[in-house]
Design a protein around this ligand. Structure first.
Ligand code: HEC
Ligand code: HEC
Ligand code: HEC
Ligand code: HEC
Ligand code: HEC
Length: 399
C-alpha cells in the first residue's frame, strides 16, 4: 500500500518534528556556524542544501510551515527507495528483524550503523535491525558521509569516494566477486559435474560493481584476458547522480541529449563495431549486450545438456534461479512439490552462468560499463563454445 500525497506531507512534517525535538539535529540542519556541519553536508558538486527547514520557534501551525523540501520529498516518496511494500524491504517481515549483514543495504538504520554514523563502531551491525526501514533521507543527507573516503567492494579493492557516492557505492555493489566463483571451484576439473557446487548469485542492482569494470573485479575474469576498467564516460558525467536524479532515481534523459542524439538511453550507441554479429550499428549498444546475453544463456543450456549431462532451466522469479530439467520438457523437475535446484554444475558452467547473471542483474549495464559487459559475455561464450567444439567464427560475435 502506498500513501497519498497528503500523508506524504504529514510524514515529512513528522520528520521535521524529529529534528525539532532533537536540538542537535535541528541545529545542524539550520545553522552554518555550529561546528561547520553545513559544509559537511555531502552533496557532490552542488552547494550545500538544507534537508529540513522548520521554523525556529513555535507556536506551530501547519498552514504557517512552509515545506521547502516538498519536491524532494514527493519525488523520493514515489521512488523505489521509499517503497516500503517492496520485497527488498519486506523480505524479513516474518522473522521480525532484519539480519545484521542484510540490514546494511536494506534499511537506512543498518546503513548508518555499518558506517558508524549512529555512533556505533563501524562494521556489520552488532544486532539485527528493526523491520520497516527504507532508504530514508538521512541515509544520503548525513554529514558523516563526507568522512567516508573509500568503500570496500566485494573483490576486496578499496575505491575512493566523495560525498553521497559513498552511499550509492555501498548498497549497489552486489555481494560477490569473480574471485568468489573461482574459490568455489578451485582445483576441480573444468568439465566434471559436482553436486557440491552451488550457484553463486551476484545479488541485485549491482550498478556500482559493473561501473568499476575489471578494476572492481565483479565478474569472473578469464585468465590471460584483459578487461576494461572503470567506465569514465565523459565530463561532466562522472557519478551516479550525474545521470540519476537522486530522489526519483530516474535517468535524466535531457542530460544525455547534450552529447547523444538518441531519443532514449536504450538507443544510444557510439561504437562503430557490431558486437552481436548482426552487423547492425544503428541499434543501441544495449541491444548488442542483450543479444549476446541471450546467446550466452543458450550456450549455458546447451553445455548443461551435452556436457554436464543434465538440462538446466532458468527461472528468474525463484531463487536459486537455475533448476534441473532432467526430462527436458521445459519445466523444472519437482521434488515434494518444489522445483529442484540445479545440481550438476561444472566449474566451467558456473563461471559462465555467473557472468550471465551479473550482466543481467544490472539493467543499466549498457550505460554503466558497456565494454566490460560485452567482454564478460564474449569470453564466457568462447569458453563454453570451446568445450562444445564450436568455432567462434561460426558464432560470429566480436569482443
Ligand atoms: C551490498 C548491499 C546488499 C546487501 C549486503 C544485501 N542486499 Fe539484498 N539487495 C540489495 C539491493 C541494492 C537490492 C535491490 C534490487 C532491486 O530490487 O532493484 C536488493 C534486493 C534484495 C531482494 C529483492 C530481490 C527481488 O527479487 O526483488 C532480496 C530478497 C534481498 N535483496 C535479500 C537479501 C538478503 C537475504 C541479504 C542478507 C543475507 C541481502 N539481501 C543483503 C543490496 C544488498
Ligand atoms: C539516495 C540518496 C538520497 C536520498 C534517500 C535523499 N536524498 Fe535529497 N539529495 C540527494 C542528493 C545527491 C542531492 C543533491 C542533488 C544535486 O546535487 O543536484 C539531494 C538534494 C536534496 C535537496 C536540495 C534540492 C534538490 O532537490 O536538489 C533537498 C531539499 C533534499 N535533497 C531533501 C531530501 C529529503 C527531504 C529526503 C527524504 C524524503 C531526501 N532528500 C532523500 C540524495 C538523496
Ligand atoms: C541503504 C542502501 C541504499 C543506498 C544508500 C542507495 N540505494 Fe538505491 N536502492 C536500494 C534498494 C534496496 C533498492 C531497491 C528498492 C526497491 O526494490 O523498492 C534501490 C533501488 C535503486 C534504483 C531503482 C532500481 C529499481 O529496481 O527500480 C536506483 C536507480 C537506485 N537505487 C540508485 C541509487 C543511487 C543513484 C544511489 C545514491 C545516490 C542509491 N541508489 C543509494 C538501496 C540503496
Ligand atoms: C551514464 C549515465 C549513468 C551513470 C553514471 C549511472 N547510471 Fe545507473 N542507469 C543508467 C541507465 C541508462 C540505466 C537503465 C535505465 C533503464 O534502462 O531503464 C541505469 C540503471 C540503473 C539501475 C537499475 C534501475 C532499474 O530500474 O532496474 C540502478 C540500480 C542504477 N542504475 C544505479 C546506479 C548507480 C548506483 C550508479 C553509480 C555507481 C549509476 N547507476 C550510474 C545510467 C547511468
Ligand atoms: C558530456 C557528453 C556526454 C553526456 C552528457 C553523456 N554521454 Fe554517454 N558517452 C559519451 C562519450 C564520449 C561516450 C564514449 C565513451 C567511451 O566509450 O569511452 C559515451 C558512451 C555512452 C554509451 C556507450 C555507447 C557505446 O556504443 O559504447 C552509453 C550507453 C551512454 N554513453 C549513455 C549515456 C546516457 C544514458 C547519458 C545520460 C544519462 C549519457 N550517456 C550522457 C558522452 C556523453
Amino acid at each position: 500500500m502506498r500513501l497519498g500525497p497528503v500523508t506524504a506531507v504529514l510524514a515529512a512534517l513528522g520528520l521535521a518534528l524529529v529534528f525539532l525535538m532533537n536540538p542537535n539535529l535541528a541545529g545542524r540542519a539550520q545553522t552554518a556556524d555550529d561546528g561547520g556541519s553545513l559544509e559537511d553536508v555531502p552533496f557532490t558538486g552542488a552547494e550545500a542544501v538544507i534537508p529540513y527547514v522548520i521554523p525556529r520557534s513555535g507556536p506551530f501551525n501547519s498552514e504557517d510551515i512552509e515545506i521547502e523540501n516538498n519536491t524532494a520529498i514527493a519525488d523520493w516518496f514515489r521512488s523505489a527507495h521509499a517503497n516500503a511494500a517492496a520485497e527488498a524491504f519486506r523480505h524479513w517481515d516474518e522473522e521480525g528483524e532484519i539480519r545484521a549483514e542484510c540490514s546494511v543495504c536494506h534499511s537506512g538504520a543498518g546503513f548508518r550503523s555499518f558506517h558508524g554514523l549512529d555512533g556505533s563502531e563501524p562494521g556489520i551491525p552488532a544486532e539485527p535491525v528493526d523491520v520497516g526501514g527504507v532508504v530514508d533521507c538521512e541515509t544520503c543527507h548525513n554529514p558523516g558521509l563526507s568522512r567516508i573516503t573509500e568503500i570496500e567492494m566485494p573483490s576486496g579493492i578499496l575505491h575512493p569516494v566523495e560525498g553521497v557516492e559513498a552511499a550509492c557505492m555501498t548498497c549497489h555493489q552486489g555481494r560477490t566477486a569473480g574471485a568468489d566463483v573461482e574459490a568455489a571451484v578451485a582445483q576441480l576439473p573444468d568439465d566434471t559435474p559436482d553436486p557440491g557446487i552451488r550457484f553463486v548469485n551476484p545479488h541485485y542492482a549491482t550498478a556500482a560493481a559493473t561501473w568499476l569494470g575489471g578494476y572492481g573485479g565483479a565478474g569472473y575474469q578469464y585468465p590471460g584476458r584483459s578487461y576494461s576498467g572503470r567506465f569514465f564516460h565523459a565530463r561532466p558525467i562522472g557519478s551516479c547522480a550525474s545521470c540519476h536524479q537522486p530522489h526519483t532515481l530516474e535517468v535524466q534523459v535531457e542530460t544525455c541529449a547534450t552529447c547523444h542524439e538518441a531519443a532514449e538511453p536504450q538507443a544510444i550507441r557510439i561504437s562503430r563495431q557490431s558486437y552481436d554479429g548482426s552487423g547492425d550499428t544503428g541499434q543501441g549498444i544495449a541491444a548488442d549486450i542483450r543479444n549476446n546475453a541471450d546467446l550466452l544463456l543458450g550456450f549455458v543450456a546447451r553445455y548443461g545438456a551435452e556436457i554436464a549431462g543434465t538440462p538446466v532451466l532458468y527461472d528468474g522469479s525463484r531463487y536459486p534461479y537455475f533448476f534441473a530439467d532432467a526430462n527436458d520438457d521445459g519445466m523444472a523437475d519437482t521434488a515434494d512439490g518444489r522445483p529442484v535446484a540445479y545440481a550438476s554444475w561444472t566449474p566451467r558452467m558456473l563461471r559462465a552462468a555467473y557472468n550471465w547473471k551479473l550482466v543481467a542483474a544490472d539493467s543499466g549495464a549498457y550505460a554503466h560499463n558497456p565494454h566490460y559487459a560485452l567482454e564478460l559475455l564474449y569470453d564466457s561464450i568462447a569458453d563454453l563454445a570451446g568445450a562444445l567444439g564450436v568455432e567462434m567464427s561460426e558464432v560470429g560475435i566480436t569482443r
